[in-house]
Design a protein around this ligand. Structure first.
Ligand SMILES: Cc1cc2nc3c(=O)[nH]c(=O)nc-3n(C[C@H](O)[C@H](O)[C@H](O)COP(=O)(O)OP(=O)(O)OC[C@H]3O[C@@H](n4cnc5c(N)ncnc54)[C@H](O)[C@@H]3O)c2cc1C
Length: 387
């Protein structure tokens, strides 16, 4: 197991990951007859978290003192690409992206020892699920306009508000929640809190179903929810800065997932083009099809290289705010184009509900919105190069 073999090379870790995905997870999904749009039980998801923890994949990028292996971001990108490209339906759970350690991300460094014991450790062990809640119905790109209020009352905060479209909230026990603690201080009046989703006054509703049809996102309502001041992450007023730090890295880390999905679409397309016959032979002999495949492979290569270069910069301690936005913008737009070409190559098969390329098309379309739209990424890039 990985935990006992710290000195393993990234090639060996990738080989072990492939063995788990192809030899265990995908066969399990086939046995259970899982579909993309099924509602996965918390029991099933939790068992994947714990198995991946046991194998050492879950939270592998975390620092050793938090139970990870301190994997550099550039190597984490390779693993994220591998899991997304594998075709496993439950792939976002393998490294801890949905409800796991990746939701905490760089926030972990602000956690007190008490918060590590109550929240970070149980999440790392796969015993607890966590989500990140910032967006509200009226507050998306303009994150500083949130209204969810945290009002001090002795040793507690009283929380009232509504968070919207929160990924992984369907299997989370706790939400990192961004709230207004001082409405007179603008962006500096915003704080981050761990909030127990089982606390009285918390309610989830599942009205927003994304175009992937997956049961992952929910709205969270807080009605006079009492939260100990000990759950404050960092200091009061630091919340937006802490959230944006996390989001910068997350923008980069969404990229290998998109690349892996696009890689899977390209693989299906090459295979289909070589086997589908029209006009007396495989469609791969048509230059029109060859050019689409060539453009897909070229875009994929460009995406992969820019992401690895940016991850290496981040590993070297450089500020990647501008480059992370460049990556999120370029990769989300190019990978969606790759998925579109994959659908085109597959003809009627490609538009058939729940065929892998049809699902990937829907999934990649959402990435041009989540964690900052393409327009917001362009704003960040422009700010970075004009200042
Ligand atoms: C599937 C899914 C999962 C999500 N998961 C989470 C989560 O886990 N946690 C969380 O907190 N949030 C989450 N979100 C919310 C997501 O981060 C927001 O949807 C995103 O930030 C965009 O906000 P918005 O949808 O309100 O769009 P808006 O901000 O209303 O934007 C609408 C349009 O206006 C454009 N626009 C807005 N401002 C500008 C500007 N200054 N310049 C140019 N154009 C602009 C946008 O680019 C867009 O085209 C999720 C959303 C989805 C769809």
């Amino acid at each position: 197991m990985l935990q006992t073999t710290r000195s393993k090379s990234i090639a060996e870790i990738r080989a072990e990951l492939a063995e788990y995905l192809n030899g265990e997870l995908i066969p399990l999904e086939r046995k259970l007859g899982l579909g993309y749009e099924d509602r996965f039980s918390r029991e099933l998801v939790g068992s994947v978290w714990r198995r991946c923890r046991e194998l050492g994949f879950y939270g592998i990028h975390l620092p050793v003192e938090l139970g990870g292996r301190g994997l550099p971001l550039a190597q984490l990108c390779l693993l994220k690409d591998d899991v997304a490209a594998s075709g496993a339906i439950l792939f976002p759970h393998v490294l801890g992206d949905w409800g796991g350690p990746s939701r905490i991300g760089s926030l972990a460094r602000y956690a007190t020892p008490d918060q590590v014991a109550r929240f970070v450790d149980p999440v790392v062990q796969g015993e607890m699920g966590i989500c990140f809640a910032m967006t509200e119905p009226h507050s998306g790109s303009d994150a500083a306009s949130i209204r969810t209020r945290a009002v001090r009352d002795g040793d507690d905060f009283i929380i009232n508000g509504h968070k919207h479209y929160i990924s992984a909230s369907t299997f989370a026990d706790v939400a990192i929640t961004i709230c207004v603690t001082n409405p007179d201080d603008g962006a500096r009046g915003i704080s981050a809190l761990f909030i127990d989703l089982r606390a009285p006054g918390v309610r989830l509703d599942f009205d927003c179903v994304p175009m992937t049809g997956q049961f992952v996102d929910a709205d969270i309502h807080f009605d006079n929810v009492r939260v100990p001041v000990a759950n404050l992450i960092g200091t009061e007023g630091e919340g937006l800065r802490i959230a944006m730090d996390r989001i910068n890295v997350n923008r980069l880390l969404h990229c290998p997932t998109m690349i892996g999905l696009a890689r899977q679409a390209l693989r299906h397309s090459i295979d289909y083009a070589q086997h589908r016959e029209q006009f007396g032979g495989p469609i791969s002999r048509f230059q029109a099809i060859q050019h689409m495949l060539a453009d897909m492979a070229t875009a994929l290569y460009a995406c992969e290289q820019m992401v690895l270069a940016t991850a290496a910069k981040a590993d070297g301690g450089e500020d990647i705010r501008t480059e992370a936005s460049m990556c999120k913008l370029f990769v989300s737009e190019r990978c969606f184009e790759i998925a579109d070409k994959a659908v085109q190559i597959h003809g009627n098969v490609g538009v058939t509900r729940n065929h892998p390329v049809e699902f990937i098309f829907r999934r990649l379309r959402m990435y041009r919105i989540v964690t900052g739209t393409s327009e917001i990424q362009r704003n960040t890039v422009a700010k970075g190069i004009l200042l």
